[in-house]
Design a protein around this ligand. Sequence first.
Ligand code: FMN
Length: 324
Amino acid sequence: MMETPEIKQNVAHTVTERVVQSGMTVGLGTGSTAIHAVRRIGALLAEGAISDILAVATSFESTIEAQRLGIPVRTLNDPQINGAVDIAIDGADEVDVRTGYLIKGGGGALTLEKLVEYNAGTLYVVVDESKLSVQLGRLYPIPVEIIPAALASARRMIGVLGLRPELRMAQRKAGPVVTDNGNLILDVHLDGTDVDADAIAGYDNIVMATSTWGAGDLQDDWEDFLPNLDDVDFGGKKVAIMGLGDQENYGDTFVDGMAILADKVEEKGGTIVGHTSTDGYAYDNSEAEKDGNFIGLVIDEDNQSDATDARVKKWAADLKTAFS
Ligand SMILES: Cc1cc2nc3c(=O)[nH]c(=O)nc-3n(C[C@H](O)[C@H](O)[C@H](O)COP(=O)(O)O)c2cc1C
């Protein structure tokens, strides 16, 4: 079996040969996969297999490599490019297998990558199976590029969201990584399991949210965290629960994870608030249905994403009353 570096190279070469045509403007990605595409374009130009390529690089790395190979490099602002390229080829750090959403930025070139790739007629993302994920943030933290003056406030705001920002530090240079744009990078970790159960003690009104996974189970981070709730006294606390599920493909266990949370809260003395109507949903069985209503807000992004906005707004308004 081929090792990952070989797979990367072969796939990047194949994609490049299939999609890059003479006369195109091409966005060059950054990183260990994208570099193979850059090298293949250089080789195809040298062989005369293609001609009249103009490239827009997304980093110093891809600029230097393209120039070394004789690929003409322009900026996005160059009149010949005029803010858009025909195609772009890049790798990614993590790909959500269901939505196709990506995490990019492992190489620190995320801002220019996004700029060039949003402005590409077609973006080709080359990944091997090690990058495929069922939930973004599980394999890789989310990189956020920030201007240095915003470091403290960005850290604080990300922390308020319950996420953990980590300043990316340089290797073989003292201090943080400084991007090609002179900025810093916060790698934002989504590891909810780092939440401290003791913190719950300080709040009377609490909102919990989980998706249902594995046919009726809690989402994995919640699964790991749930035993911590055994030490929490929910007496006098009101808890509203939100759940994500898929009523078409999991109609027998629709949003069951919500009930696992609700049972634990009630076992520890808490009161569940924010019940909602089951009208507008079609499923066979749900543990989250009690006395004809759902025990909380039910979101089905897979089948009813159009309804999400209105459902969230109504629930938020109802909670203002329930929590008062
Ligand atoms: C392997 C797998 C199992 C799932 N099991 C259920 C389930 O039992 N009940 C349900 O309502 N939804 C189920 N779902 C659907 C997810 O809850 C739904 O897609 C949700 O939007 C996922 O949100 P997340 O990606 O933020 O975790 C499942 C999805 C997958 C991929």
